[in-house]
Structures are given as structure tokens and as C-alpha cells.
Write a protein that binds this ligand. Structure first.
Ligand SMILES: [Zn+2]
Length: 97
């Protein structure tokens, strides 16, 4: 995925969090900028469009979710960027067979 090649500068990180309505750890932190058509937050970085919840996971966990992992929301709220409500899970386990 293209979002594995992002260079996170301090400026970019500050801009990212400026779009997140940060609340308590048990609340949803909603993305306040544009959304993808599927409801996920969309962070624009030059020509790239990054899923905001994946970026939030990366910035707080210090690593990117593996390409074969999806990021699940405990809260079932796609625009939510609260890292406490995100969990990385292998795609195989997350498929709804
Ligand atoms: Zn949430």
C-alpha cells in the first residue's frame, strides 16, 4: 500500500492531529476533515490519500500495520481515530466468512 512510504515530519504529524477531535480515551476521536466514500477519514499528504485511522495507529504505536493486517475499530465508527479503540488484526481472521 502507498501509505507505507509516508515521511512523517513534525509538521505533518501536527497537521494530522489538528484534524482529529481528541477526547477522552473512552470516547471516539472523530476525524474532522474529508472522508473516503466508505466513511473512513482521509488525510491528504501531497498526492497521497491516507486512511486516517491507519495513520493514527502508526503514529501512536510507532509502527505501521502490516499490509496483510486491517485496523479494526472496537467502536464500529469508521471516522474514529482513537488509538485505544483500534486494533490490528490479520485479514484472514477479520474476513466475514
Ligand atoms: Zn471510536
Amino acid at each position: 500500500m502507498s501509505d507505507t512510504t509516508i515521511e512523517w515530519t513534525d509538521k505533518t504529524i501536527r497537521r494530522f492531529w489538528s484534524y482529529v477531535h481528541v477526547g477522552d480515551m473512552n470516547e471516539c476521536w472523530l476525524w474532522m476533515a474529508g472522508l473516503f466514500s466508505n466513511g473512513y477519514g482521509q488525510f491528504r499528504l501531497g498526492p497521497k490519500k491516507i486512511k486516517a485511522h491507519r495513520a493514527a495507529f502508526q503514529l501512536t504505536q510507532g509502527r505501521l500495520p502490516d499490509d496483510d493486517h486491517i485496523i479494526l475499530h472496537f467502536c464500529d465508527n469508521p471516522p474514529c481515530c482513537n488509538p485505544a479503540q483500534l486494533q490490528s488484526q490479520p485479514v484472514a481472521c477479520g474476513s466475514n466468512l
